[in-house]
Design a protein around this ligand. Structure first.
Ligand SMILES: C[S@@+](CC[C@H](N)C(=O)[O-])C[C@H]1O[C@@H](n2cnc3c(N)ncnc32)[C@H](O)[C@@H]1O
Length: 232
């Protein structure tokens, strides 16, 4: 499933995620807490969006940063922001990583992307292929328990295309994505030959409490995103 909304609202997305609660104060600190020392590492950013993670990796001293996204608009924003400092190109991740050679990356991230992919097998097989031995991937996605609220089948074990209205870009937008059982995600990882080394459900921080008490309460008591680290 290819999401048009990220192309249509690429600039608005870039503005919104700089300081909003769900991306800047919740998702990024929790996923970045799973990443070790980035200095001198070759990093691959899958579903890079407008480059907020690329910015982090460059500031942390990565040796190289490669950014892939389905949206040409997002890739252009990344190229304009970082010029030669990153390699960025358009790639539909449901087709895997056909342009990437084997065993070249120390670290791969894939923040808030896999819920747009119908099948995870091709991508995770390629993640295993392009990681160096001992290299790792950290990714985040919608928590399957949270997404079950969107189910139309009522069967948690189904994989379903569902719709929700979001306000991330400052205007209500219908977003379509896949909800799936937790085991479909973990099986895609382990069947590819990767070992899961850490799972987090995210912690709501003091910064979120300061920004919005109501959202803090919600994120403190309900699952929202899940964060998984896996190693080759
Ligand atoms: C929620 S945004 C996350 C962007 C970025 N990782 C971040 O944390 O800001 C989801 C991104 O996934 C990209 N995306 C959706 N489907 C994709 C696909 N099939 N292949 C590659 N990228 C995809 C979208 O274009 C969008 O940039």
């Amino acid at each position: 499933m290819k999401s048009d909304m990220y192309s249509k609202f690429a600039q608005q997305y870039d503005e919104a995620v700089k300081g909003n609660i769900y991306n800047a104060l919740f998702e990024r600190p929790n996923l970045q807490a799973m990443l070790g020392d980035i200095e001198g590492k070759n990093v691959l950013d899958l579903g890079c969006g407008s480059g907020v993670y690329a910015d982090y990796f460059l500031n942390e001293g990565a040796m190289s940063v490669t950014c892939l996204d389905f949206s040409a608009e997002m890739v252009n924003i990344v190229k304009n922001k970082f010029d030669q400092r990153v390699l960025a190109y358009v790639q539909d991740l449901s087709e895997g990583l056909p342009k990437e050679v084997d065993g070249q990356y120390d670290v791969i991230v894939c923040p808030l992307v896999i819920h747009y992919l119908k099948d995870l097998t091709t991508l995770f097989n390629d993640v295993h292929r392009v990681l160096k031995p001992g290299g790792y991937m950290a990714f985040s996605t919608h928590h399957p328990f949270a997404d079950f609220e969107c189910s139309t089948s009522g069967n948690y074990f189904d994989t379903e295309l569902v719709q929700e209205e979001w306000n991330t870009v400052g205007t209500p937008v219908q977003v379509t994505f896949y909800r799936r059982p937790l085991v479909e995600i973990t099986n895609a990882v382990t069947n590819a030959g990767l070992s899961i080394t850490q799972i987090s459900e995210g912690q709501a921080s003091e910064a979120i409490k300061q920004a919005c008490q109501q959202t803090y309460e919600r994120l403190s008591k309900n699952p929202n995103f899940i964060f998984i680290k896996c190693q080759k």
